[in-house]
Design a protein around this ligand. Structure first.
Ligand SMILES: Cc1ncc(COP(=O)(O)O)c(C=O)c1O
Length: 315
């Protein structure tokens, strides 16, 4: 990933130059992780750049903020407009977009008291998160020694800044051991998710994924993939995933805004299924990318086009 092409950032209602988009060292969020954020992707489509599932992402951010008592001083529609402005001002046709809301500077008591809520939107060019080769060949993952935190410790369904310390420990461990990504178990020893992805298994042509009872973030890509899979005629079961289910799976894949739909070929050195992208994963991947890039009319309402649609006059 690179910020090289990013010139403008939206901060508290204004477009600011990249160099001026700074944070004070006394900001509450820097010390305690007290912020919430989103990650969404803008894809190039025949109708121009479009953000995939923007409404769902902004709604999740508003819900995450509510969980932590952060009052975002903008409506969903105002935020959507700001996202489009950031993409247009930077001249991006495809990019990753990161809205973030956090407590700024006033007090460093753990209680944020009078800290102002700051809102910023960044965008940058980010190719495939787990590599172009990973999308085709599948990635190698490691079972983490780090447990995914339970929702009684911190709500797992809210996408909070501080929560990512847990993910960071897991992904660093996995990469240091030569793997592409980590897989975390929940506190009961069932599979939770990757450091930034949800998990799907395929067995005998049926899909299995878990839900919030396994301490996961309820991914928006996960939800889209459940719909796509059912539309393609597959059965999708939602329930606990045990480690043995993963080892016994014919196919496995990760879903996430950053990782999109990435096959998993190996867990701790053991091949999953044939050790390569399987046919069900490939079919879902193809439909997912068709939907995201505006080539599947039935999913067009998942796209928020960046340029305002021309208004038909005199018809
Ligand atoms: C911990 C975690 N799980 C799952 C996901 C996938 O969520 P989504 O598909 O909404 O990007 C993400 C990415 O945001 C994540 O950080």
């Amino acid at each position: 990933m690179s910020f090289e092409q990013t010139k403008w950032i939206w901060k508290n209602g204004e477009m600011v130059d990249w160099r001026d988009a700074t944070l004070h060292l006394s900001s509450h969020a820097l010390h305690y992780g007290t912020g919430v954020f989103e990650g969404m992707r803008c894809y190039e489509t025949p109708g121009g750049p479009a953000v995939f599932r923007m409404d769902a992402h902004l709604e999740r951010m508003i819900a995450s903020a509510e969980t932590y008592g952060i009052n975002i001083p903008y409506t969903r529609d105002e935020l959507a407009e700001a996202v489009c402005e950031v993409i247009e001002r930077n001249g991006f046709t495809d990019c990753y977009v990161r809205p973030i809301c956090y407590y700024g500077s006033s007090s460093l008591s753990v209680h944020p008291r009078n800290c102002p809520v700051e809102v910023a939107i960044l965008a940058w060019q980010w190719a495939t998160y787990l590599g172009a080769e990973g999308l085709e060949q599948g990635v190698r993952i490691m079972l983490s020694s780090i447990t995914k935190f339970h929702s009684r410790m911190m709500p797992t369904t809210a996408k909070a800044c501080g929560a990512y310390i847990n993910s960071m420990l897991a992904v660093r461990e996995a990469m240091a051991a030569g793997y592409d990504e980590a897989l975390l178990l929940d506190q009961h020893g069932n599979v939770a998710e990757g450091s930034g992805e949800n998990l799907f298994l395929v067995r005998d042509g049926r899909l299995l994924t878990n839900d919030e009872r396994s301490s996961i973030l309820l991914g928006i890509t996960r939800e889209a993939v459940i719909k796509i899979a059912r539309d393609l005629g597959y059965t999708v079961n939602i329930g606990l995933i045990r480690l043995g289910d993963l080892y016994a799976a014919d196919e496995a894949f990760f879903t996430g805004t950053a990782a999109e739909v990435t096959p998993i070929r190996e867990l701790n050195g053991t091949l999953i299924g044939g050790g390569r992208r399987g046919p069900v994963t490939e079919a879902i991947q193809q439909t997912f990318f068709a939907a995201a890039s505006g080539r599947a009319a039935r999913y067009d309402d998942w796209l928020h086009y960046v340029a305002r649609q021309p208004i038909a006059v005199g018809v």
